[in-house]
Design a protein around this ligand. Structure first.
Ligand code: FES
Ligand SMILES: [Fe+2]
Length: 375
């Protein structure tokens, strides 16, 4: 499988950004083994309830901190104490900063007895980390997902793990600029509008299409989507269909050239003045299953394709090249990122048949208010 270097993205093997590392329920007081960014890690929840992510191997003699069921450290319930995690091999314990704070048989604790820790933020039922090869603080905030998580009238998402794909993350990102696959893969019957707007670390896709399934209540049966990617790991979509919906696709590198993908949708079933009925919830679930199925159609392609270093792109495909240049900003130091942003910021309209088809402009979900500012 091709790696970041094979695509020529830049200095880093893994991109800077916010990434999902699990669902809220994945962090418990029983430490578990996870792997992201080419690094074996351990996820656990301290007694305070805070989720913690640390490197997997003990600096003493290299034991894996989670993969154990038989040591008396584990059997006696001493694996997690307070915010600290204790190694199952000789019992060295590491606090929330990764510093060793107890060795059962020695008062002397070496300064170098320290585990690397990774930041964890819990939001919208999801565990997130900020990954940065330069080790700097986030230069953009974690998205708020339209503030719909927990909002009255909305049925929350239930993030589904769609697979671990032997594919570089860029081939997933390519989808943002891919008009040509909408009819064959996703069942569009007539695409009316498709454009991309590049705004620094964000890229939008505005898409309006008729669809073979019943997707909307109005006369055009038009699905209208404002879909945007915030950095390399988070795709959100504001959907105006049968129900207002808000879709998240999260993808995180496991290794260079291997990516984990999750997806979930929140659906608005009423104005929030009453609790959703069982019928509302069932309908919302069905609607969101259809959309998750839609992503499954992409996943089947991604899981089986070969790497594509150089797309044989047509102008009618969409701006793949511009999108990959946008993507490169996350693989390079921040001072270089600004220059790449400057190169791509702006808008590409790949398709606009609104006038030709006599379809009123305002049936589209906000073609691109935000976009117009930098068009
Ligand atoms: S290897 Fe972890 S305490 Fe010895
Ligand atoms: Fe797709």
């Amino acid at each position: 499988m091709a790696k970041a270097q094979d695509y020529g993205f830049g200095a880093f093997a893994f991109p800077r950004g916010w990434f999902m590392i699990g669902r809220t329920e994945d962090a418990t007081e029983t430490p578990s083994s996870v792997r992201y960014f080419g690094t074996d890690m351990v996820l656990y929840r301290g007694k305070s309830g805070k989720a913690r992510l640390v490197e997997a191997y003990c600096p003493h003699m290299g034991a894996h901190l989670a993969k154990n069921t038989t040591s008396y450290i584990v059997l006696d319930g001493e694996h997690v104490q307070g915010e600290s995690i204790r190694c199952p091999f000789h019992g060295w314990r590491f606090d929330e900063n990764g510093q060793c704070d107890h060795i059962p048989y020695s008062d002397f604790i070496p300064k170098a007895a320290c585990l690397k820790t990774f930041p964890v933020t819990e939001f919208a039922g999801i565990l997130w980390t900020w990954y940065d090869p330069e080790g700097l603080e986030p230069d953009y905030p974690l998205p708020s997902f339209g503030n719909h998580y927990g909002e009255p009238g909305w049925v929350e998402w239930n993030m589904a793990h769609l697979g671990d794909l032997d594919i570089h993350g860029c081939e997933i990102v390519d989808n943002m600029a891919d008009l040509g696959h909408m009819v064959p893969v996703h069942g569009s019957t007539e695409c009316i509008y498709f454009s991309n707007e590049f705004v620094d670390h964000v890229v939008h896709q505005y898409f309006g299409t008729r669809h073979r399934n019943e997707v909307a209540n109005h006369e055009y049966n038009m699905l209208m989507l404002d879909t945007w990617r915030t950095g390399p790991g988070i795709l959100e979509s504001d959907m105006q269909g049968r129900f207002p919906g808000f879709w998240l696709i999260a993808s995180t590198p496991i290794d260079d050239g291997r990516e984990r993908v999750w997806s979930g949708i929140m659906v608005q079933v009423n104005d929030g003045t009453q609790a959703p009925s069982a019928e509302d919830i069932a309908l919302a679930r069905e609607f969101s299953m259809n959309a998750v199925h839609g992503l499954g159609q992409d996943v089947e392609i991604w899981a089986n394709k070969r790497d594509c270093i150089n797309p044989m792109a047509l102008p009618a495909d969409g701006p793949y090249g511009r999108l990959r240049t946008w993507y490169r900003q996350f693989f390079n130091p921040r001072d270089k990122a600004a220059e790449l942003q400057k190169r791509v910021n702006g808008r590409t309209v790949t398709l606009d048949l609104r006038e030709a088809k006599g379809i009123a402009v305002d049936v589209f979900h906000a073609p691109p208010q935000k976009a117009l500012q930098s068009a």
